[in-house]
Design a protein around this ligand. Structure first.
Ligand SMILES: [Zn+2]
Ligand SMILES: [Zn+2]
Length: 883
């Protein structure tokens, strides 16, 4: 029986028995910040078990996606090496919230296993809690299990509690006997050994007590049922295989990976481990990313990074080339996307994220491995069997090696890693970065707020309806957080009132500013904060008189600022909806900042937006604004909100009742912020920038209302200025600039040609052309020079290199012009003078000239025959020297 079939039969069986099929909760627990990942079916029902929430149907059944990393038996190093350790798994469960209890739970369990799955009754064993005789009797009565197959176990194995206090109760487990061959020999038995013979397949928890802080247990008024059966395990039992990895759930990925790597499963232990690691991790990766976990250096993101990097390295060990994990994770999506549709919706995004992470790691993997191998060799030589924490930390810090990889490699060579020392270095690094945050002084104020909250001090928020309200000053704090009775003119501090229309910074929306006028003084509100949902505090500067505790006051929010903020906030919701429409469902909010002057929105998406996508998003949002749609705010239970399909923000914690902001037909979000009544008031919307901020996260900055107009105006002025400079109308600007660019290009080309010409002249070794005539050194040459100036520079250079001699340079130019320069060194002045010699020479080029004894110049024009004229001139110089 395929695993998919087992899952389907389970859910349908319990549906037939009055249960509601509830979707799996995300891997990130919504209501429980203490939990890293959802690790059991009951996590999403905690409030129901605690009686804090009610549902129409008190029976539910789920197939819950779960993730376990860490813990005693689930260190990553075991995953892939054993038959049943996994990071990701599915937990089948049925739940009764004060409805049926032990008898029905046992009946359902037995019926499903023996009649739906047709497991052999003779191979099923039961364990119960040692004091729970009631359960033992029921197993005999309802299921007909003989007494010798019912075993009593202690608190450690068969008693469950939610925490130190709260619901708890005995449990009962069903074990499946895999046969003697699987056993560990004499002494093998339920609760006696750790081997796989009696495989635990289903755990039934009977929540019947409420545990108080002192450890006493009282009966719960409405006892409940929570059960869990791992799909991978029950699939292995039904398919008659010894390892979960041999079930169809894993084989599809394993066979595919083996094909990619050109290897075979079950031929070599090391290859099997690698294939199993990749299969397990691919499942976790394929499920984590749709639940908005992205690779990072801390928290959940770091778990994902470790999984990707560990799997990647095992792939390399098998000889897989390039990035491959995105392929194996895609296979998971193809296999499981029918039931978990979120996998399909975000497949492309998932692929991009995994590929990016693989490529990033590939760059450092080889170098890191090399360093590690060297280090290990050195340690071995020195007879040390422990890799120092320092080395593990360096690999982590420099090459991005998670500790798991170091451990995997070290263990293959029979070595340990000094993990406490590694952890210590990690802590040191953390406290270093923490220290950088210190000194802001905000800490003291925060602790005073905390004390006020513990004393039950609250303030009501009236700012959804009003921007002005009356109240009284209940508490004043000075800037350091000390409670004071009054604040004098000029003082800055914190002011708390019983009621306030000021919105305290939260949910990405900045705090309001404005004014508070008390009976004996007046203060400007610089900012407003919300230390908790129930308490708002105004940061004030007293500008007139004295503000005293107990004084009645009038609170006035700066209307223009608040309105500008609301424009940005409402449009943020429109933008979120438009992005999902244009880019796909994966484009979800990852953060936002909404103030009066700006709107910043971070969302999950890999590539930069094209100009076309930006234009599409802008067009949709502006259409929503022009349509002047109503914006409704409703208070409802979180369950109703989710049933209505409201978007809840990732990582946000919500109370029992939530505020839902709806723009009918466009957007529905859980949001406590303040909003416009109508989208039309936003005026207009323009995206001012779009850029990446982290792997898989893009950021849009945008403007609305007056800010958008200002933005347009600034650009209009800039265009007008450019137009004036270029003497062009706006629509001609680009053509004009293109023409200018072409001109610059042409000129650059000419300049380069010219420079090359000059360089060739400079490179010529003219000194080698010196002749000796009549005992005098003579250099008479033609060269390329655009004008006399350039030629004289050449002359200077030559003169500095000659002690004694006569130099004559000639050059012809376009249009028949000719230049002549003549120099004579001082020691020859009694025989030759440049000024005298130049005349007959100039005559040869049809011109005249003159100059001093040391340097003379002449210009001529002989369009008819420049080459001849130049030769004649040079001959004349030599003739003059020869006498
Ligand atoms: Zn055993
Ligand atoms: Zn919002």
């Amino acid at each position: 029986m395929h695993a998919v079939e087992i899952r389907k039969r389970f859910l349908e069986y319990f549906k037939r028995n009055g249960h509601t099929i509830v979707d799996s909760a995300p891997l990130i627990p919504k209501d429980d910040p203490t939990l890293m990942f959802t690790n059991a079916g009951m996590v999403q029902f905690k409030k129901l078990f605690l009686g804090q929430e009610k549902r129409a149907n008190n029976r539910a059944t789920t197939s819950q996606k779960c993730l376990r990393v860490g813990g005693k038996h689930n260190d990553l190093e075991n995953v892939g090496r054993t038959a049943r350790h996994h990071t990701f798994f599915e937990m089948l469960g049925n739940f009764s919230f004060g409805d049926y209890f032990k008898e029905d739970a046992i009946k359902f369990c037995w019926e499903f296993l023996t009649e739906e799955l047709k497991l052999d009754k003779e191979r099923l064993y039961i364990t119960i809690y040692k004091d729970d005789d009631e359960a033992g009797e029921l197993w005999k009565k309802v299921a007909g299990v003989p007494a010798e197959r019912i075993h009593k176990l202690g608190e450690k194995d068969n008693f469950w509690s939610m925490g130190d206090t709260g619901p708890c109760g005995p449990c009962s487990e069903v074990h499946f006997d895999q046969g003697e061959a699987v056993g560990c020999g004499p002494g093998c038995g339920i609760g006696k050994c750790d081997c796989d013979r009696y495989l635990e397949i289903w755990n039934l928890v009977f929540m019947q007590y409420d545990q108080a802080e002192d450890g006493t247990r009282t009966d719960l008024p409405r006892p409940s049922i929570d059960t869990g059966m791992g799909l991978e395990r029950i699939a292995a039992v039904c398919q008659g295989v010894a390892s979960n990895y041999e079930t169809d759930l894993f084989q599809s990925i394993i066979q595919y990976t083996a094909e990619l790597a050109g290897v075979k499963y079950r031929e070599n232990d090391e290859i099997d481990t690698a294939l199993q690691v990749i299969a397990d991790h691919s499942r976790a990766i394929a499920f984590l990313i749709p639940d908005q976990v992205l690779p990072s250096n801390e928290g959940r993101g770091y778990i994902l990074r470790r999984l990707i990097r560990r799997a990647y390295r095992f792939g390399k060990l098998m000889g897989l080339e390039g990035s491959f994990l995105w392929k194996t994770a895609s296979r998971v999506v193809d296999d499981m996307g029918d039931h978990y549709t979120e996998l399909q919706e975000t497949k492309e995004f998932m692929i991009e994220v995994v590929k990016g992470e693989e490529e990033g790691f590939a760059k450092t993997l080889d170098k890191g491995l090399e360093m590690l191998e060297e280090e290990l060799a050195g340690l071995k030589k020195a007879g040390v069997a422990i890799v120092p924490g320092k080395t593990a930390f360096k690999l982590y810090d420099t090459y991005g090696f998670p500790i798991d990889i170091v451990r995997d490699i070290a263990e293959r060579q029979g070595m340990d890693v000094d993990e406490p020392a590694f952890e210590k270095r990690m802590q040191e690094q953390k406290s270093r970065s923490k220290a950088a945050w210190k000194g802001s002084g905000e800490k003291d104020v925060a602790s005073t707020f905390q004390i006020l909250l513990e004393e039950g001090i609250t303030s009501d928020f009236s700012g959804y309806e009003k921007l002005e309200d009356q109240s009284a000053v209940t508490h004043l704090l000075d800037i350091d957080g000390n409670v004071v009775l009054s604040l004098d003119q000029g003082a800055t501090g914190w002011l708390i009132t019983a009621v306030t229309p000021f919105y305290g910074e939260s949910g990405g929306q900045v705090g309001d500013v404005g004014e508070i006028a008390a009976s004996d003084g007046r203060a400007t509100v610089l900012d407003t904060v919300k230390p908790s949902g129930q308490l708002t505090a105004h940061k004030v500067k007293v500008v007139e008189g004295t503000v005293t505790t107990g004084a009645p006051c009038r609170l006035t929010v700066d209307r223009a600022m608040r309105l500008a903020t609301m424009r940005n906030h409402t449009v943020t919701h429109l933008l979120h909806a438009a992005l999902q429409k244009v880019l796909g469902d994966h484009a979800r909010q990852a953060g936002s900042l909404v103030g009066p002057d700006r709107l910043r929105f971070d969302f999950t998406h890999i590539k930069g937006l094209t100009a076309e996508e930006v234009a599409q998003v802008e067009a949709i949002v502006n259409r929503n604004i022009l349509d002047a749609l109503p914006v409704d705010r409703q208070i409802m239970s979180i369950e109703d909100a989710q049933n209505k399909g409201a978007t809840a923000l990732f990582g946000e914690k919500y109370g029992d009742t939530v505020s839902v902001i709806e723009v009918p037909g466009v957007s529905m979000e859980l949001c406590g912020g303040t909003h416009l009544d109508n989208t039309g008031i936003a005026g207009s919307f323009i995206i001012t920038s779009e850029a990446g901020v982290a792997a898989g996260i893009r950021r849009i900055e945008a403007a609305t209302g007056g800010n958008a107009t200002r933005y347009y105006n600034e650009r209009r002025v800039a265009v007008a200025e450019a137009g004036a400079m270029l003497k062009a109308r706006p629509e001609e600007l680009s053509k004009k600039v293109k023409d200018l660019q072409q001109q610059v290009k042409n000129m650059t080309k000419e300049m380069k040609a010219l420079q090359a010409k000059l360089a060739s002249g400079a490179g010529r070794d003219m000194l080698s052309e010196i002749e000796e005539i009549n005992g005098v050194k003579v250099l008479a040459v033609e060269l390329e020079a655009p004008n006399m100036g350039v030629m004289l520079e050449q002359m200077d250079a030559l003169r500095s290199k000659i002690d004694s001699g006569v130099i004559c340079l000639v050059a012809g130019h376009d249009g028949g012009k000719v230049s002549v320069a003549l120099a004579v060194t001082k020691d020859l002045h009694d025989r030759f003078k440049a000024g005298d010699m130049i005349k007959p020479v100039a005559g040869k080029v049809g011109g005249g000239g003159g100059g001093r004894p040391d340097l003379a110049r002449a210009g001529g024009s002989n369009a008819a025959g420049i080459p001849n004229a130049l030769a004649n001139a040079l001959a004349k110089v030599k003739e003059l020297v020869a006498g």
